[in-house]
Structures are given as structure tokens and as C-alpha cells.
Design a protein around this ligand. Structure first.
Ligand SMILES: Cc1cc2nc3c(=O)[nH]c(=O)nc-3n(C[C@H](O)[C@H](O)[C@H](O)COP(=O)(O)O)c2cc1C
Length: 260
């Protein structure tokens, strides 16, 4: 656990990014005007703008920066049509200009981990410094944390070790099973989905996040293997006049927010 220094040590680096000034009112406007739109006009979207919004979504925070997500734009009219029954004939799918299928990769962390280590080698080749603790994290900690082993055996062993360690000292407990890896992957993808929805809104488009779909059929249509799961499907387009079914409903904030 000495290797967890990456969490506690401040590396000796010269890098600095200043926080820019933001027009907070415009951000508020984006958040306030994002609504789940169920009827779209169906008009064509500017391809470049959607791609730009996806680029922004890819800047979302992601666990261990392992970027275990994927986004498939469904723009082909025939494929989009095939999705209508899969999305339970929802208007948000039927009328969308395009769909974006947002995917969580349960096992891609290994490939991404290799990319990370490769990026360190490339940085060193450019004469840049890579903190030793960063390399240790991806070489040792990441495989230890995310590899659950065949039939989840490693996860089980970790569960026992961390339970015993946890009796005396604060210890990271998850992910320790295949189920935990699902939660792990979906968490980061869902954050990217939210960035994507806000980005699309900021660029004049609207969305409806959908989990009302037949996951088995959707995966089959896209030829997705077992270790790729669909977090949600976004209907994307321009809002039609009757696209929003009513004013936003939110319960008393005291039910959700507290300060200790
Ligand atoms: C994970 C998730 C799944 C959802 N699935 C559907 C769906 O299948 N169909 C739909 O019409 N709305 C769906 N919604 C939209 C919610 O109903 C909506 O966000 C909620 O009613 C609040 O409205 P608002 O988004 O306009 O603030 C989903 C939202 C989320 C976050």
C-alpha cells in the first residue's frame, strides 16, 4: 500500500493551468435549458458540431483516466429505423435526428492502461518528465485494482485481504467483483453522457437520455460483445414545439442536499 503514494504525495512538477474566467450566467442557462426532449423536429444536425460535442464529452473525468467508454453515432436512416422498436417505439427515438449509443467497456481498462504507459514512454522520449509515482500507479496499482481474475478469483482474494486490512485502517474496497466493474465503467460513461448532453444543449441541440430500450437486441444490432454494455442511448435533435411534455419537476432540495 506504500504504492498509494500517488494519492498522498504532491509531485515536484512545474506544470500549471490557470482557471479561466467563465460567464457563469451562460453555464446556468445551459443547465437550466437542458430538458429531456421527447419530440424532435428531425432536421439535419451539423455534423461538425456533434463531433465537437463528442470531443467535449471525451474530456469528462474518468476513473483512473482509463477512458473505458465509447460512443456510436447512429446516423444511417436504416439503422436508426431499426432502433425504433428496440427503443420501445419511444418518440424520442422515432423523431430524433440521430441517436448516440453510449457504451461502457468492462475490460478495456487493460488496453487503456497500455496506452497510458505508452504515452509515458513517448513523453520521456520528448524529454518530458513523468513522475515515478504515476508510472508505478499504472504498472502496479491499476492491474491490482481492476483485474478480478478468472471467475472473479482475484476479486475474492482482494475482498478478504481488504476486509482484514480494513479492520484496522481505511482501505479501498471496490472494485472487487465483476459486478463492481460494471458499476465502475457505467459511472464514468454516465458522466460523459451528461457532458455530452450539456455540450449539445450549449450548441443549440437537445437530447433525451433513454434507458427504456431492449439491451439484448440493441447489443445484437451493434454486434457488441458481452463486456460492452450500453449505459444509455441519447436521442439527439432540435426540439419540436411540443417536445417538452411539461415544466420540470424536482422535489424539495432538502431531501437531497445536506451540510455536515
Ligand atoms: C438514465 C436515464 C434514463 C432515462 N430514460 C428515459 C427513457 O427511456 N425515456 C424517456 O422519455 N426519458 C428518459 N429519461 C429522462 C428522464 O425521465 C428525465 O431526465 C426526468 O424526467 C427529468 O426531466 P428533465 O431531464 O427534463 O429534467 C432518462 C433519464 C436518465 C438519466
Amino acid at each position: 500500500m506504500d504504492d498509494l503514494k500517488i494519492l498522498t504525495e504532491i509531485p515536484d512538477i512545474k506544470y500549471h493551468e490557470a482557471a479561466p474566467q467563465i460567464t457563469a450566467e451562460e453555464f446556468d442557462k445551459v443547465v437550466l435549458s437542458r430538458r429531456s426532449v421527447r419530440v424532435f423536429t428531425g432536421e439535419a444536425l451539423e455534423d461538425k458540431l456533434v463531433e465537437h460535442c463528442l470531443d467535449l464529452a471525451l474530456l469528462s473525468p474518468t476513473s483512473s483516466n482509463l477512458q473505458s467508454w465509447g460512443f456510436i453515432r447512429i446516423v444511417d436512416p436504416a439503422v436508426k429505423k431499426s432502433f425504433i422498436p428496440i427503443c420501445l417505439n419511444q418518440n424520442a427515438c422515432k423523431t430524433a435526428s440521430e441517436l448516440i449509443v453510449c457504451i461502457s467497456y468492462l475490460n478495456r481498462w487493460k488496453e487503456m492502461n497500455q496506452l497510458m504507459l505508452k504515452s509515458f514512454d513517448e513523453a520521456v522520449a520528448r524529454g518530458e518528465e513523468v513522475p515515478k509515482i504515476a508510472r508505478t500507479y499504472y504498472e502496479k496499482i491499476v492491474p491490482l485494482v481492476y483485474d478480478q481474475g478468472p471467475f472473479g478469483i482475484k476479486g475474492l482474494v482482494k475482498r478478504v485481504i481488504l476486509f482484514l486490512r480494513g479492520l484496522k485502517t481505511p482501505s479501498p474496497r471496490e472494485p472487487k467483483s465483476h459486478a463492481d466493474m460494471r458499476v465502475w465503467a457505467h459511472k464514468s460513461t454516465a458522466l460523459a453522457c451528461q457532458t455530452l448532453m450539456l455540450a449539445l444543449r450549449a450548441h443549440g441541440m437537445d437530447t433525451c437520455p433513454m434507458e427504456g430500450f431492449d439491451s439484448k437486441r440493441a447489443k445484437k444490432l451493434l454486434n457488441l460483445p458481452d463486456d460492452q454494455e450500453i449505459t444509455m442511448i441519447l436521442g439527439v435533435g432540435k426540439r419540436a414545439p411540443k417536445g417538452i411534455y411539461g415544466p420540470r419537476v424536482r422535489f424539495d432540495r432538502n431531501l437531497f442536499v445536506r451540510k455536515i
